[in-house]
Design a binder for this molecule. Structure first.
Ligand SMILES: CCCCCCCC/C=C\C/C=C/C(=O)SCCNC(=O)CCNC(=O)[C@H](O)C(C)(C)COP(=O)(O)OP(=O)(O)OC[C@H]1O[C@@H](n2cnc3c(N)ncnc32)[C@H](O)[C@@H]1OP(=O)(O)O
Length: 719
């Protein structure tokens, strides 16, 4: 809806009204259309001010409507009518003007923004382009290069940046509406033609063609197969080279090809999944809406290695005072220097002062007596972590929350080392912790709903996408990664090369294939985990075959590389060769190829050509299969949780929705059939045996993904 009022005598005020973000639903579009018509036809109205209720101008088109047949007035004619009107319209922008919301503002003749407002055209993140004239008006307002940047990235800009770019005419820290009304009065009667963006010529670089070609190249590289960013460049090219009306035609055609695309569906699913995970639940019945988070006034981080430093930076950036603890003075000094430089660098990027005063470095655990919450980030070693938790339990206040940053260790064992196990949760950050958006909040069997709510709330404050998950080895993300990584090395045994496997995965849309990632993070990380699990090293039973562990197929290749000191980038060689230790450019390594051949002949393995299809099916479907097991086990509340974890933490391409969404898109019967096929071909790999939930879903007629929770519920109720 939109509310029409008259204020200050001659000003018509149109207020968008559709909580929570005043999205442009059919009813809102109808309301605006009617109100604008009324204002234009009322002789007593000299000018119009457009604003949004509750301090939010507009969050854009109503995304929920995209899945339904379109009703109500179209966005484009509504916007065009505002620009063409003979009375000045001033947009009073508070909160957000995003997508269709900004496009609406661009049709207004003037724009005034509150200094806290954020503006942007994020349609590309939903698999679309700004097709209500955004791709045509923005280049005409701020020039082709700046518009291209905003449209292809979808990034939000602050009101101050918007002013610098020329998107808004004024920024205020006063009451935006009052200023807009004053402003509207002051411009009434002035000529409107120069204010109509559709009539302007866009400012273009002199070498437009090569500029656009370069931009297209960069966008294609970054897009990793996503089609919307490419369409964005094409639409902006139309703005730069065609008259407005033809540009609009082109915009419409491009949007028509995207609107019903599988990629747009996937990305919109990601948008809603990200919000669904905020409404977390635990098998006990505790939920986001019946569990109250405790405020965190002061926190601590124990262990200032790479992870601890990133976590400390995140806390400081969120304005939370932190005690940062290392065990020895020398390590503390090194960490202090590193944390301070990250804080300074990050603050400089944001044009702000670093909040150095919020962090206190210490080697004394007694300094933790006042904190509300501790995040332990010491080395991934159960005995060491238990020791730290015992000490924390005796030093901290009895009601302090004790969190462990672990990627796979049993949260319950750590809880058992404390006096208040209900206050213990896992907070699995991803490296670098101040950059990566994902946080897995891990609840053990004894974690209280308050502890989970507090950790989830803290994650939100840190700007993370937090997902609550149950306690098991590897939680959700790493547990699913294990069968994926196993398949990748099995494929090497069978004849593939790291290059082939990586290429298939990168063409699917991952930023890096599994072997490049392994080289980047260090092969010794997995080696240590495998040693801990008794899969390699002294824990292996004497006489056990090199390629069988615990009765199932095992590939010792990664262990063999580690034994040779090939730990990845840091040693200058791993699955690939680098020009020096710490080098980043991966080169194919003939040594490795020979090594693989020798290994195969030593173990009597016959190499066969491995197709791209086989790489994808075995790596991805085994990962997906584990995802179904995770749902069955109640470790993740729904497929949205798994998909959000994979998109935000593991580089799964958003235009493919996430692994579980991908399974639905491929077709559950196909996934089942392929898993059955590979499982028969490799009976010694239990991970390829289709999970019972997948079978059940197929038997139930492969319901759409939003119905899977119901099927999972029936599985749980029958247990
Ligand atoms: C054949 C061709 C046909 C073509 C016809 C097409 C015509 C269309 C032409 C033009 C294209 C225009 C497209 C768009 O405008 S797409 C939308 C662009 N806008 C966005 O992407 C913004 C999305 N929203 C956000 O980023 C954030 O929500 C926020 C910054 C606005 C607010 O953040 P926050 O305060 O953190 O709140 P939440 O994110 O939690 O959101 C609260 C609540 O609101 C829902 N919601 C948010 N935005 C929208 C929206 N645009 N439409 C519908 N619903 C929205 C969100 O889902 C939450 O809901 P809840 O989980 O149920 O609480």
């Amino acid at each position: 809806m939109a509310r029409y009022t008259r204020i200050a005598g001659s000003i018509a005020l149109i207020t968008l009204k559709n909580p929570p973000v005043n999205a442009l639903s059919a009813a809102v579009r109808q309301g605006i259309t009617d109100s604008v018509g009324r204002a234009l036809s009322d002789p007593e109205v000299e000018a119009v001010v457009l604003c949004g209720e509750d301090g939010k101008f507009c969050g854009g088109a109503d995304i929920k409507e995209f899945a339904r047949p379109m009703t109500g007035p179209g966005l484009v004619p509504m916007i065009d009518a505002i620009e063409a009107g003979e009375k000045p319209v001033v947009a009073a922008i508070e909160g957000v003007a995003l997508g269709g919301g900004l496009e609406l503002a661009l049709a207004c003749h003037y724009r005034i923004a509150h200094y806290k407002a954020r503006l942007g055209l994020p349609e590309v993140t939903l698999g679309l382009i700004p097709a209500a004239g955004g791709t045509q008006r923005l280049p005409r307002l701020i020039g082709v290069p700046a518009a291209l940047d905003l449209i292809t990235t979808g990034r939000h800009v602050s009101a101050h940046e918007a002013l610098k770019l020329g998107i808004v005419d004024r920024v205020t820290d006063r009451n935006t509406l009052e200023l807009a009304v004053e402003f509207a009065k002051s411009v009434s009667g002035q000529p409107l033609a120069p204010r109509r963006l559709s009539t302007r010529q866009p400012s273009c670089p002199t070498d437009l063609d090569s500029f656009l070609e370069g931009a297209m190249l960069r966008v294609r590289q970054r897009a990793r197969g996503a089609i919307a960013p490419v369409a964005c460049v094409q639409a902006v090219r139309a703005a730069a080279t065609l008259p407005f009306s033809q540009g609009m035609e082109q915009e419409k055609e491009l949007m028509a090809s995207l609107f019903t695309s599988a990629q747009a569906r996937a990305m919109q699913y990601c948008f809603f999944s990200q919000r669904t995970v905020g409404r977390w639940s635990m098998p006990s019945g505790a939920r986001w809406d019946n569990s109250k988070a405790q405020p965190i006034h002061k926190a601590a981080v124990i262990g200032l290695g790479t992870m601890g430093r990133g976590i400390a930076v995140s806390l400081v950036q969120a304005g939370i005072p932190v005690v940062a603890v290392e065990m020895e003075t020398k390590q503390l000094e090194v960490a202090k220097h590193a944390v301070t430089s990250i804080l300074e660098r990050e603050a400089q990027k944001r044009g702000k002062e670093p909040k150095l005063g919020l962090i206190h470095f210490s080697i004394d655990l007694q300094d933790l007596r006042e904190v509300d919450l501790v995040i332990e980030a010491v080395f991934e070693d159960m005995a060491l972590k238990k020791q730290v938790f015992r000490e924390l339990s005796s030093v901290c206040r009895p009601n302090a929350f004790l969190c462990t940053n672990t990627s796979s260790l049993d949260v319950n064992q750590l809880a058992a080392a404390t006096r208040m196990p209900e206050l213990v949760v896992g907070m699995h950050f991803f490296a670098p912790a101040h950059v990566m958006k994902l946080l897995e909040v891990v609840y053990g069997p004894r974690s209280s709903p308050v502890a989970v709510a507090t950790a989830m709330q803290l994650g939100k404050r840190l700007g993370k996408v937090s997902v609550a998950v149950g306690n098991c080895h590897g939680f959700v993300g790493n547990r699913m990664l294990m069968p994926y990584m196993e398949q990748s090395v099995f494929l090497l045994e069978e004849g593939a090369t790291p290059e082939q496997v990586d290429q298939a995965l990168e063409e699917f849309g991952f930023p890096m294939g599994v072997f490049r990632v392994s080289d980047l993070s260090g092969l010794d990380v997995g080696w240590k985990v495998r040693k801990g699990l008794g899969l390699t090293g002294p824990g292996v039973a004497p006489g056990e075959s090199a390629r069988i562990r615990q009765g199932r197929r095992y590939c010792p290749l990664p262990d063999l590389l580690c034994k040779q000191g090939r730990l990845g980038q840091k040693t200058g060689k791993g699955w690939y060769l680098y020009d020096k230790p710490g080098g980043r450019v991966a080169k194919s390594d003939p040594w490795l190829h020979n090594f693989l051949e020798e290994y195969r002949s030593q173990h009597g393995l016959q190499a066969h050509p491995v197709s791209q299809q086989e790489v994808l099916e075995r790596c991805l479907y085994s990962l997906i299969n584990e995802g179904f097991r995770i749902l069955e086990d109640g470790i993740a509340a729904g497929p949205e949780d798994i998909d959000t974890i994979y998109v935000f933490g593991y580089g799964w391409p958003p235009h493919r929705g996430g692994p579980m969404f991908h399974a639905g898109a491929v077709g559950l019967p196909t996934v089942l059939e392929k898993l059955e096929h590979y499982s028969q071909a490799h009976p010694d790999i239990p991970q390829l045996q289709p999970s019972s939930l997948l079978r059940r879903l197929v038997t139930a007629g492969s319901p759409p993904i939003h119905k899977w929770r119901e099927v999972v519920k029936t599985v749980h109720s029958q247990l």
